[in-house]
Design a protein around this ligand. Structure first.
Ligand SMILES: Nc1ncnc2c1ncn2[C@@H]1O[C@H](COP(=O)(O)OP(=O)(O)OP(=O)(O)O)[C@@H](O)[C@H]1O
Ligand code: SF4
Ligand SMILES: [Mg+2]
Length: 450
């Protein structure tokens, strides 16, 4: 592992970067060609990559890893924020101005089958970037440089491969060719997006070893994208954990693994399979529920619908309350005692701000107030008001707030458990140590990492 000198100028620096994609659909969208919504794939990311280090971008599918990696390389343009490469702002740099920098920042994509043109020989594929960037004096020179790099990545003897086509190669060999093509321009930064995920298990370790060896030999800086925390632990110096387009925890890999501070990081780490059967975690699973839609992220903390530690300020919505009641009524006795006050839950009208229960009276309002006081479920600490209105009961939810990244030990962590909010909470908003669905868990703010 490379010692990281955070005092040095970053190779790459992103500030407040947002990369959104238009969703076209619906009647008006198709009529006017306007997007009906935006997928907020990357939504306010600050990140730095220091010389010679390997920064891991880790998160579940859909968390924005690939989009962030592509934004770093200006393969996609952000809608907000800045991207600096070697101290130069490249956010809106024109393609001709960007071209000389492109040879110094190269991608390695996940799928080597798709990354190589089936009609181009291995030699031409690796020589192509040399010709684009004017780094070879003629065709023969480009071919010689390509051959040298192919041998360096283990495609040897290169003379036996230069005139072959990708279809003649195994998956591992194709990825070696992709790596040779990325390195032949002698880049400073390589963004490797799940570079072994699509390879046979038998070759994954060899390709990872090769990437590490090449990094040492060529003095490279890597951004390494993976959904696999075990691989990230093996490879990375620092890690940024992404959730729904935001960094929720970042810091030295050793600190993140030994003292994870964000509930999402903890859940991901609990889901990592142990190679030792005697240490297998019987509760091993990813955080419950699906990753929400990035076009419509939950308000407050985006992780709140899945977070086992969520409390008042985390942000709750009307459908969270409906979900909590459904969960509560899976117990037949509770259902028999309470459900008649509400009638059918499907009749309740809810939106982000709250729920209106039609044809319900003071009995339901009283029940909800009791549940709020007894903290039957953390969602009740997010209820701001319960009022009888007309022939129904109206429940308003506190909007919550997005937790900012703040230093905790050696990490930066975005979670209200660590914030001033936790310190200044009124009684109903306290992070509960024993409550509802997590009864028995200690959910007080954990101490700082050491
Ligand atoms: N070109 C695009 N147009 C519209 N939406 C997109 C586009 N690319 C990505 N998205 C959306 O942006 C979000 C983030 O996608 P991204 O591919 O960056 O995630 P990821 O973390 O790399 O996921 P995976 O682990 O599956 O590769 C997803 O909701 C995805 O559907
Ligand atoms: S702020 Fe922290 S405790 Fe609250 S939902 Fe998010 S991760 Fe969980
Ligand atoms: Mg991806």
């Amino acid at each position: 592992m490379t010692p990281v000198t955070e005092q040095s100028t970053p190779v790459l620096r992103l500030r407040g970067v947002c990369t959104h994609f238009p969703v076209r659909g619906g009647f008006l969208g198709s009529l006017f060609g306007r997007p009906s919504a935006w997928v907020r794939a990357v939504d306010g990311v600050d990140v730095e990559v220091f010389p010679d280090e390997i920064l891991g971008l880790v998160g579940e599918s859909g968390s924005g890893k690939t989009t962030l990696g592509r934004t770093m390389l200006r393969l996609v343009e952000p809608v907000a924020g800045t991207v600096e490469f070697e101290g130069r702002d490249i956010t809106h740099m024109s393609e001709p101005d960007l071209r000389p920098l492109r040879r110094r920042m190269q991608p390695v994509f996940q799928d080597p089958h798709a990354a190589l043109n089936p009609a181009m020989t291995v030699g031409d594929a690796v020589a192509h970037p040399l010709r684009i960037h004017g780094l070879a004096s003629d065709r023969a020179d480009a071919r010689a440089q390509a051959a040298e790099m192919l041998e360096r990545v283990g495609i040897a003897p290169a003379s036996a491969f230069l005139d072959r086509y990708p279809d003649d190669l195994s998956g591992g060999q194709k990825q070696r060719v992709v790596i040779a093509r990325a390195l032949v321009t002698r880049p400073r930064l390589v963004v490797a997006d799940e570079p072994v995920a699509m390879l046979d298990m038998s070759v994954r370790a060899k390709i990872l070893e090769l990437l590490l060896e090449l990094k040492r030999d060529f003095g490279l800086t890597y951004v390494f994208i993976t959904h696999d925390l075990a691989t990230a632990k093996f490879v990375c110096d620092r890690i940024a954990i992404l959730y729904l387009g935001k960094v929720v925890e970042t810091g030295p890999a050793a600190a993140v693994y030994s003292a994870p501070q964000h509930p999402y990081t903890r859940a991901l780490l609990e889901a990592v399979p142990s190679p030792d059967p005697s240490h297998r975690n019987p509760n091993r699973r990813l955080p419950s529920g699906d990753v929400p839609d990035a076009a419509d992220p939950p308000r407050g903390c985006r992780f709140h619908p899945r977070c086992p530690s969520a409390f008042g300020p985390c942000g709750w919505e009307g459908h969270d309350l409906i979900g909590a009641l459904e969960e509560r009524w899976t117990d037949p006795e509770t259902f028999a005692a309470e459900a008649s006050l509400v009638g059918s839950l499907s009749g309740a009208r809810h939106n982000r701000e709250g729920v209106f229960f039609p044809n319900a009276g003071e009995d339901l309002a009283g029940l909800l107030r009791r549940l709020q006081v007894t903290e039957a479920h953390p969602v009740f600490s997010g209820v701001s008001s319960i009022a009888s209105r007309g022939s129904g009961v109206d429940v308003r939810m506190r909007p919550g707030s997005e937790p900012p990244l703040q230093p905790i030990g050696r990490q930066l962590v975005a979670c209200h458990l660590h914030g001033v909010i936790a310190a200044a909470l009124p009684a109903t908003g306290e992070p509960p140590s024993v409550r509802g669905r997590n009864a028995g868990e200690d959910r007080r703010p954990p101490g700082p990492a050491t």
